[in-house]
Design a protein around this ligand. Sequence first.
Ligand code: FES
Length: 114
Amino acid sequence: MAASKVATLGELTDAVPHRVEVDGVPVCLVRFGDEVKAIHDTCSHQEWSLTDGGTVYGNEVECSLHGSAFDLDDGRPSSLPATRPIPTFAVEIDGDAVLLDVHAPTNDAPFPDH
Ligand code: FES
């Protein structure tokens, strides 16, 4: 499948997790200026939503439930209690449109239940 529009840059605040749902898959978008990164919105520890109170530190988003932080490029946790990565997605910007293909993750992390 091809990338489709999931948001606009104007809807996103810098370094603030923003949830979208793409073909039934919850995705956490994080804007850094003209760039946007995307990671599955479900923590691999206890399936908490990363956008539900999550905080961005550098290139990581920290889960608000128990504090594991996930790299926005490779989905790997840098801190316990989570030990498994979560899927990440390539994002394209076309004008103000934010596009991604949720069926083509950029890592091989399993899709969490949600
Ligand atoms: S549910 Fe995210 S760290 Fe526990």
